[in-house]
Write a protein that binds this ligand. Structure first.
Ligand code: CUA
Length: 315
């Protein structure tokens, strides 16, 4: 049997998390023994009846007090800033990652790759490349946890959360749901398979389960759901979507909002929530009418639209 203290370390952030953990553990062990040994020593030395000098020489020892104030302060602040840097590393999603959709559902993980390929309770990724997971849930709160990568994030209904990692070692790793989500929570597990980039490309190209790549199927959805009738053409009744992703738009209520995945998602499901200034509330809701995976495909399609809008919005 192979028992290890901590799981294998297989992502770029894993060694950073581990080092921090080792130092914290080391410091705790050191101070534990320092305190316990000191208590034991003093308890024995100054026990009742022992013939020792009980006279306090200097009740106001500045040097001692400064030492036990300054050293722990430096240690605590040092650990705070160090942890914050590791936390930022884990939180900051790199610009160019593989975009994978994760949908949690009682009790399984559904995965969709950039080319439309889908899998369940399994995620294949290439080694040495950043992978960005956009995650949502169809029911309750789940949590996507890959111990070997030292990453974990809650997966919530009605919104996207994102998480990223870059695998460093080829192999197979555990995937867990780390949030109690009902009867079969403990069985909501899966496997992450890290492959060499060439193998991954071969795997990705092989036996595609869905017909088309998301960009073109996104285009089809966009037409099928009738989005084109208002969001394209000569005199559109809704905002033109080309080039809108990542920009800031002004809303009817005087506020403004940055167009990101969550905003587009909300605007499809609940169009009246944050209405863009200058447009009437015409759009119907698509709540309960569009599946999570289709919704994501649609959002990716809108993201992929490059408009000539950019030139006009510079002033
Ligand atoms: Cu899903 Cu626990």
């Amino acid at each position: 049997m192979n028992i290890t203290l901590i799981p294998e370390s297989a992502s770029t952030v894993a060694p950073k998390v581990d080092l921090l953990l080792y130092v914290l553990t080391g410091l705790s062990v050191f101070f534990f023994f320092a305190v316990v040994l000191m208590v034991a020593f003093l308890a024995i030395r100054y026990r009742k009846g022992a013939k020792v000098n009980r006279h306090l020489e200097d009740p106001d020892n500045k040097t001692l007090e400064l030492t036990w104030t300054i050293i722990p302060t430096i240690l605590a602040l040092g650990i705070f800033f160090w942890s914050a840097m590791v936390f930022f590393d884990i939180s900051r999603v790199p610009e160019h990652g593989l975009e994978v959709l994760v949908t949690g559902k009682q009790w399984m993980w559904k995965i969709q790759h950039p080319n439309g390929k889908r899998e369940i309770n399994e995620l294949h990724v290439p080694r040495g490349q950043a992978v960005k997971l956009t995650m949502t849930s169809e029911d309750v709160i789940h949590s996507f946890f890959i111990p070997a990568f030292r990453v974990k994030k809650d997966v919530l209904p009605n919104r996207y959360t994102t998480m990223w990692f870059e695998p460093t070692k080829v192999g197979s790793y555990h995937l867990f749901c780390a949030e109690y989500c009902g009867t079969d929570h403990s069985r909501m597990v899966g496997k992450i398979t890290v492959m060499e980039p060439e193998d991954y490309q071969r795997w990705l190209a092989g036996e595609l389960t869905t017909a088309a790549a998301p960009a073109s199927s996104g285009e089809k959805l966009f037409a099928k759901l009738g989005c084109v009738t208002c969001h394209e053409g000569q005199s559109p009744r809704g905002p033109v979507l080309a080039g809108v992703f990542g920009t800031t738009v002004n809303l009817q209520n005087g506020e403004s909002v940055t167009v990101d995945e969550n905003y587009i998602r909300e605007s499809i499901l609940n169009p009246q929530a944050k209405l863009v200034a200058g447009y009437p509330p015409l759009m119907p809701t698509f709540q309960n009418q569009i599946k999570e995976q289709d919704l994501f495909t649609l959002i990716n399609y809108i993201k992929s639209l490059k408009g000539d809008k950019k030139s006009g919005s510079q002033s």
